[in-house]
Write a protein that binds this ligand. Structure first.
Ligand code: ADP
Length: 543
């Protein structure tokens, strides 16, 4: 087969010898030129022996040159070729010149404006009578668009390749089970993860022992039916939870994502995610919630019970105290009548006994009042009538009530100077009660010759009244508990003082009831300080 026959797409170069008719020749030439121009095909002729290269104006255009204005040469052509393609083009030219092979290369040219264009260049080598390569002629077209399309296709294929590879990695990773299924129930293929999840082997699969309907527990068949019906109706992928029966009968909770193959309503693919761990976690959470709820209910019930019991105790204490006060008052009253001589003459010895009766009666009355007060406070039925109370006034009311006891015990009383215009917001009666309790304790627990003082610290919003003594003090570990009801640091020690351990509990409740607080600091053998904090009265509060 001749070269001409192999490459019919190349127009046969017109041979002057072949045409006798000059007119017909000119016409053919014109037609050819028009066709080349219209198809934007450039042509060239390369004289291999002289190495002269010439091309037409169409090729000028493909090189981005002004048609007909450039000196054409092999060096000029190679200069337009993109540097990265130049060596390849040179090698192809040399090969053609040496062996007489045809030229067939795609390469880039760089236009003077810097833009890059792809050309497809095909040339045929002609030989002289001795069979040596003589010259080459050929044609060139621009293929930039085709190249761009090819590159895009390759990019897409590469991307597809990686996403396919990714998918394959996921399927082989053992995280996700995957299987092919058909509408009759068959599982025709599955990955290792799916087989492992349900405890089947490749042999089971090959023997057709995997049937997704048969592997679905009866309770879940309806779920399957609905999912498949929806898939049939919409063609969209379905995603739902269900259970499978493993080979050993175990139930395996899974999440299924299922879809038909393209153009099919019989065959599909499904991904299968093990939900065992998630279910277990959910179950544990549910259990924990139920336990918490139970514990909370129990706590509520216990609290309600305690509240009921406390209310009953308070009612009992209040009733008892009240009932005890009546006969106690009667005792006091009759003792007084006798003492006054209304029942007849009283001897000196009898008078002394009557005084003892009266003291005991008063003391007992005090204790009973404490119990009654505490019961009332604890029951939350105490009313606080808050008013502005000048501190000087409150102290003036309390001092005379304790002065005789202090004098009897030989205690000094010190009231350092302070801003005596300051006032607190308090219930006057209750404030007096707290001060009396604190002063009474200070007297009780301070030995003869000691000192009791009250200091006042007026802050912007709060006022602190500190009752200080140089008494026996309180061990650090008992400091908090002395505010608990019925707590006494040393029953034997306080026996002669005969309290019940309610004073501080009541005082702290009263302080808190007035929006304040009662705290204590103490050093054993050195003394104690009880600090009563109360809100400063608005009118006197610092601006
Ligand atoms: P009571 O004085 O009736 O025993 P309180 O509640 O007033 O009850 O006091 C509780 C206990 O706190 C007292 O028994 C005593 O042990 C201790 N206490 C209170 N005030 C002082 C104080 N100023 N110095 C030393 N101990 C104190």
């Amino acid at each position: 087969m001749s070269r001409e026959d192999r490459t019919p797409q190349f127009p046969t170069p017109p041979s002057v010898e072949a045409s006798a008719d000059a007119h017909a020749l000119a016409e053919r030439e014109e037609r050819l030129r028009a066709a080349l121009y219209a198809s934007r095909t450039g042509t060239f002729r390369w004289d291999i022996r002289s190495n002269a290269l010439d091309w037409d104006e169409n090729l000028d255009r493909l090189f981005g040159l002004a048609p007909g204005l450039t000196v054409r040469s092999l060096a000029g052509f190679l200069a337009t070729v993109h540097p990265d393609d130049r060596a390849r083009v040179v090698a192809a030219c040399e090969r053609c010149a040496a062996t007489g092979a045809d030229f067939d290369e795609e390469f880039r040219v760089v236009w003077p404006d810097g833009s890059v264009h792809w050309l497809d260049d095909k040339g045929r080598t002609f030989h002289d009578e001795q069979g040596r390569p003589s010259y080459m002629t050929g044609a060139c077209v621009e293929i930039t668009d085709r190249k761009a399309a090819e590159e895009e296709r390759e990019r897409l294929l590469a991307a597809l390749g990686t996403s396919e590879a990714r998918l394959r990695r996921i399927l082989e990773s053992g995280i996700v089970g995957a299987f092919y299924w058909d509408i009759d129930g068959r599982i025709t293929d599955a990955n290792d993860a799916f087989l492992a999840l349900l405890g089947f082997t490749r042999d089971d699969l090959a023997a057709g022992r995997l049937d997704w309907r048969a592997l679905t527990p009866p309770a879940w068949r309806e779920t399957d039916r609905v999912a498949v019906a929806e898939l049939m109706a919409t063609g969209r992928h379905g995603e739902y939870e269900k259970e499978y029966l493993a080979k050993d009968g175990r139930r395996v909770p899974v999440l299924i994502v299922s879809a038909f193959f393209e153009n099919s309503r019989e065959h599909g693919v499904a991904l299968c995610l093990d939900q065992t761990a998630r279910r277990a976690a959910e179950e544990a959470l549910r259990l924990r919630e139920a336990q918490l709820r139970e514990a909370l209910d129990a706590a509520h019930a216990a609290r309600a019970e305690a509240e009921t019991a406390n209310a009953a105790k308070n009612t009992f204490l209040a009733t008892m105290s009240h009932e005890l006060r009546t006969p106690l008052n009667a005792i006091g009253g009759y003792a007084e009548l006798i003492e006054m001589g209304i029942r007849g003459p009283v001897t000196a010895a009898q008078r002394e006994d009557l005084a003892r009766i009266r003291r005991s009666q008063q003391h007992l009355l005090g204790l009973i009042n404490d119990v009654l007060n505490f019961a009332k406070l604890d029951a939350g039925v105490v009313r606080f009538d808050l008013a502005e109370v000048a501190i000087a006034e409150a102290l003036a009311a309390a001092e005379p009530m304790v002065a005789p006891q202090m004098a009897a015990k030989g205690l000094r009383f010190a009231l350092p100077a302070w801003d005596d215009t300051a006032a607190v917001r308090a219930d006057p009666e209750k404030l007096r009660q707290v001060l009396l309790n604190l002063l009474g304790n200070a007297i009780k627990f301070t030995d003869r010759g000691g000192e009791i003082s009250i200091a006042c610290d007026v802050g912007p919003t709060m006022v602190q009244l500190a009752v200080r003594d140089t008494g026996i003090g309180i061990p650090a570990e008992r400091l908090q508990s002395i505010f608990e009801p019925f707590v006494q640091v040393d029953r034997r020690l306080s026996r002669p003082n005969e309290g019940v351990g309610l004073g501080l509990a009541i005082s702290r409740e009263l302080a808190r009831g007035m929006g304040g607080e009662l705290t204590a600091t103490s050093t054993e053998g050195v003394g104690s300080t009880f600090v009563l904090t109360l809100p400063r009265a608005a009118a006197t509060a610092a601006a």
